[in-house]
Design a protein. Structure first.
Length: 148
C-alpha cells in the first residue's frame, strides 16, 4: 500500500480529521500535524479524529516521548481537547496506550478505538454528523483533499 497522509479541518464541527495509510513513522505524524497547525482554519480547541486503521505504524516507545515533546513545542493547547484514535494492529494499540497515558500532561483527553463508530460517539457527534464525518474520511482517503 502506498504511504500517504491527509487531513481535513471541519470548523463547523470543531474537528480535525486525520488519515494515515501505508507504513507510517512518527515523522509522518509530525509532518501532518505541522501542516494542519499552519492552516488558517486551524483552532487549537478543535477535537481531533485520527484514523490509523489503514496503516502500519513503524514506531517504538521512545517515539511517543518525542511526539509528546513535539506537541508541547508546536501546538498551544489552552483548553482540554478530545483526541479519538482508531487503530488496527497490536503495535499501534501498544503505542497508543502509551500516548494515552501522556494525555493528561498535555491537556488532551485521548481514547483509542478499533472501530470508527464508537470513536465518533465518544467525540459526541450525532448520527447525521457521524455520517458526514465518515464521508469526509472516505474522501480524504481517496486522495482528493489535503494530501501531504
Amino acid at each position: 500500500m502506498e504511504k500517504y497522509t491527509s487531513y481535513k479541518i471541519l470548523p463547523e464541527l470543531n474537528l480535525i480529521v486525520c488519515n494515515y495509510q501505508g507504513e507510517i513513522s512518527i515523522t509522518d505524524v509530525m509532518n501532518l500535524t505541522l501542516a494542519f497547525v499552519k492552516e488558517e482554519q486551524f483552532n487549537p480547541d478543535f477535537n481531533v479524529l485520527i484514523d490509523f486503521r489503514h496503516s502500519s505504524a513503524i514506531g517504538f516507545r521512545l517515539d511517543i516521548t518525542d511526539y509528546v515533546n513535539f506537541i508541547k513545542n508546536n501546538v498551544a493547547l489552552k483548553n482540554k481537547v478530545q483526541v479519538g484514535i482508531t487503530y488496527s494492529t497490536p503495535n499501534q494499540e501498544f503505542l497508543l496506550k502509551i500516548y494515552r497515558g501522556f494525555g493528561k500532561f498535555m491537556n488532551l483527553e485521548i481514547e483509542n478505538f478499533k472501530q470508527i463508530e464508537p470513536c465518533l460517539v465518544w467525540l459526541h457527534f450525532s448520527e447525521s454528523e457521524a455520517f458526514f464525518i465518515m464521508q469526509v474520511l472516505d474522501s480524504i482517503k481517496s486522495g482528493s483533499d489535503n494530501l501531504i
